[in-house]
Write a protein of this length. Structure first.
Length: 355
C-alpha cells in the first residue's frame, strides 16, 4: 500500500530533476546566457499616455554572471525597464537566467531563459500520464506529436496563401487531426469511421450554424476588430480557432458514444437511445470545460483592459465576448454530435452484426 502511494511522488521528482537539468544546460546554447546575481532599483516613475491610461515604469540595474561561451564566469551590468502592468516586460530577480546580446555597445537583455520550467512541466505531465494511462502513453504521445507536426507545417504553408486556400487548408487539417487521433485511440476498426464521421459532421454543422447566425445579425456586439484579431481576415481566424479548439472535445464525445453503442446487443432503437443517454451525461462537463478554456484565453487581456481603467461591461463585450461566442458554437457541435454519432454508430453496428 505504501508503494502505491509513493509512486504518485514520481511526477514531483521528475519535475525537480527536469527543472534542475534545465537550470544547468546553459553550455548547450551558443547564445550568451547569464544569471542575475544582484539587482537594485534605480528609479520608478509614474507614466500617463494620451488616453489617460496610468502605469508605472521601473528601471533596474542588475549584475549578471555569464554561464557559457568564452566569457563564462565573467560578470557584466545590464539595465532593465519594466512596467507595473507587465504587458511586454518583466522584472529581474536574483537567480533569473536570461539570454544576452551585444551589438558593439553594452550587454543587453534579449529574452528570459524559461526552458527549465517548460521541461519541468513537460516531465511532470508525461510521468503523470504514464501512471494513469500506462501503456497507452505511447499512443497518446505519438498522436500529439503527429498532430503538432501537421499543425506546424500548415501554419508555415498558410503564411503565403489566399483566404479560400487558408480555409480549405485548415478545414482539411481538422479532418486529418480527427482521422489521426481516432486511429491512435480506437485503432483501424469500423468504429474509427463512425468517430471521424460524427466529429467532422458535428463540427462542420456547428460552424455553419454559427456563421449563419453571425452573418444574419451582422456580427452585432462581436468585436472581431479587437487586438488579437487585428489581421486582414479576422472572421477567418475566428472560425479557424473555433474549429481547432472544439475538435478535441467533440471527438472525445463521439468516441465515448460510438465505442459504447457498437458493443451493445439489441435493436437499433435500443442502441440509439443508449447513445443519446451517454451523450446527455457527458455533454454538460464537456461544454463547461470548453467554456472555461475559451474564457481563460481572454482572461489575461481582460485584466489588462481593467487595469487600464476600462469599464467592466466594455471589457466583457470587447474581450470576453469573443470567448462566449466561441464556446457557444463549440456547444452547438457537442450537442449535434450526440444524435449524429448515435445514428452512425447504430447503422454501423447493425452492419457489423449482420456480417
Amino acid at each position: 500500500m505504501r508503494k502505491q502511494w509513493l509512486k504518485w511522488l514520481l511526477p514531483v521528482l521528475a519535475f525537480i530533476v527536469a527543472f534542475g537539468l534545465g537550470r544547468l544546460d546553459s553550455r548547450l546554447y551558443r547564445q550568451p546566457i547569464g544569471q542575475v546575481t544582484a539587482v537594485k532599483t534605480v528609479k520608478s516613475v509614474k507614466t500617463v499616455d494620451n488616453f489617460d491610461n496610468q502605469d508605472r515604469t521601473t528601471t533596474q540595474q542588475a549584475t549578471v554572471r555569464f554561464l557559457n561561451t568564452s566569457r563564462r564566469g565573467q560578470t557584466t551590468t545590464i539595465t532593465n525597464q519594466y512596467t507595473y502592468s507587465g504587458t511586454v516586460d518583466s522584472p529581474l530577480r536574483r537567480g533569473t537566467q536570461l539570454f544576452l546580446t551585444n551589438s558593439g555597445g553594452p550587454w543587453r537583455l534579449s529574452n528570459f531563459k524559461r526552458d527549465a520550467i517548460v521541461l519541468a512541466l513537460a516531465a511532470f505531465t508525461l510521468v503523470l500520464l504514464m501512471l494513469i494511462v500506462r501503456k497507452r502513453i505511447w499512443l497518446i504521445s505519438a498522436s500529439i506529436a503527429v498532430n503538432a507536426i501537421l499543425f506546424t507545417l500548415a501554419t508555415h504553408i498558410q503564411t503565403d496563401a489566399s483566404r479560400p486556400l487558408v480555409w480549405a487548408l485548415f478545414s482539411g487539417l481538422a479532418i486529418v487531426f480527427a482521422v489521426v487521433t481516432a486511429l491512435f485511440v480506437v485503432g483501424w476498426r469500423p468504429v474509427c469511421a463512425v468517430v471521424v464521421g460524427g466529429t467532422v459532421g458535428a463540427t462542420a454543422l456547428a460552424v455553419g450554424l454559427g456563421y449563419a447566425i453571425f452573418a444574419l445579425t451582422g456580427y452585432r456586439d462581436l468585436h472581431l476588430e479587437a487586438v488579437k484579431y487585428v489581421t486582414q481576415s479576422p472572421q477567418l481566424l475566428f472560425f479557424i480557432q473555433i474549429v481547432i479548439g472544439s475538435l478535441g472535445a467533440v471527438l472525445d464525445e463521439c468516441s465515448d458514444i460510438a465505442i459504447s453503442i457498437m458493443q451493445l446487443d439489441g435493436s437499433g432503437k435500443k442502441r440509439f437511445n443508449a447513445g443519446m443517454a451517454i451523450g446527455r451525461n457527458v455533454m454538460g462537463p464537456l461544454i463547461t470545460v470548453l467554456f472555461m478554456i475559451f474564457i481563460a484565453e481572454t482572461f489575461a487581456e481582460a485584466v489588462l483592459w481593467l487595469r487600464n481603467g476600462n469599464a467592466i461591461d466594455q471589457t466583457i463585450s470587447w474581450v470576453m465576448g469573443l470567448g462566449f461566442a466561441q464556446s457557444l458554437i463549440s456547444g452547438f457541435g457537442i450537442v449535434i454530435a450526440i444524435p449524429l454519432t448515435s445514428l452512425l454508430a447504430t447503422l454501423a453496428g447493425k452492419k457489423e452484426v449482420a456480417a
